[in-house]
Design a protein around this ligand. Structure first.
Ligand code: 6CS
Ligand code: FE
Length: 300
């Protein structure tokens, strides 16, 4: 299919000059095809209905320590801090995110293959899966800036060429996630609406959007409409707990002015049947450390 035909068949048009619009999601949330795995029927029903579900104690306290030490090691490593995969907070040199951690850390590379992650992702996406993106979000105490409301899929569709919302993120808490230290807020049910955003995408938008996203964010009228329709829930939980959320769920987080960091590992699994095409915004594909074009399935 030519790029023009792909664009013509784009079921999730966004970031053209038009005004924003609310479109129906025309894809499943939990895809058929994989029955074996750790997710219960109730987990999958919740994920289908709300666009997310949680797993208490996904990691043991000892495992949390292992990954917390990894986060500490990476954050303190001068080479990693100088690497383009490390994003610092606007106005300070506090680490905000480190991307492609499954390639920077052998421990996280193993975690990605762990049945508790890999097999649950396969159940949700109904196929073999690969890692579209991984990152650690540090959300440090006092200076951790939040992430404004957005749909990840809107960005991954526009800037990475992800055809359909057949991807799922898992956010694993490495520190206790409280309501007051930047816990992720999510609108239950919002995953069924694709918010088509206005505004054109500048080339290399990621150089600013990973610090503060301004393009591809819904306008206040749409956030208000979704907020009143769906309400807002917040992922809070002790270190080791996990939130699995659909690529199109509307989510965001506030700033962290408390002394308590909210550090999480994020892994984004994409279906091998949803491999990246040309970016639908018409821009150059983003670098591999943000969006991997290699759809080779993860295997144990
Ligand atoms: O642009 C992205 O891929 C990243 N931006 C946000 C705000 N969430 C998803 C992802 O980490
Ligand atoms: Fe996000």
């Amino acid at each position: 299919m030519t790029a023009a035909e792909t664009l013509a068949q784009d079921r999730y048009p966004t970031r053209s000059s038009h005004d924003s619009a609310l479109l129906d999601r025309t894809d499943p949330v939990v895809w058929p095809g994989v029955t074996d795995g750790p997710a219960s029927a109730r987990d999958l029903e919740t994920h289908e209905a709300k666009g997310f579900h949680t797993v208490e104690g996904l990691l043991s306290p000892a495992e949390v320590q292992t990954y917390w030490r990894e986060l500490d090691r990476l954050t303190a490593d001068e080479q990693v801090r100088a690497d383009e995969r490390t994003i610092v907070e606007r106005g300070t040199d506090e680490v905000r995110s480190i991307f492609e951690v499954h390639r920077l850390s052998e421990a996280i590379a193993e975690l990605v293959r762990d049945r508790r992650l890999l097999d649950r992702a396969r159940q949700i996406l109904g196929s073999e899966v690969y890692v579209h993106q991984s990152r650690i979000n540090s959300m440090p105490g006092f200076k951790g800036n939040g992430f404004y409301w957005h749909s990840d899929f809107e960005t991954w569709h526009a800037e990475d060429g992800m055809p359909a919302p057949r991807a799922v993120s898992v956010s694993i808490a490495l520190t206790d996630n409280y309501p007051f230290n930047g816990g992720l807020m999510i609108m239950p049910g919002s995953h069924r609406t694709f918010v088509s955003c206005s505004g054109r995408t500048p080339e290399d938008n990621y150089r600013s959007s990973l610090t503060a996203q301004e393009i591809g964010v819904p306008d206040e009228q749409d956030v208000t409409r979704l907020g009143y329709e769906h309400g807002i829930e917040q992922f809070t939980g002790s270190a080791g707990s996990a939130l699995w959320f659909d690529s199109n769920a509307m989510h965001g987080s506030g700033n962290n002015i408390t002394p308590f960091p909210r550090s999480n590992i994020f892994v984004v699994f994409n279906s091998v049947d949803n491999a990246l095409a040309e970016p639908f915004a018409g821009t150059r594909p983003r670098p591999r450390f943000i969006a991997d074009p290699d759809a080779t399935p993860v295997s144990r």
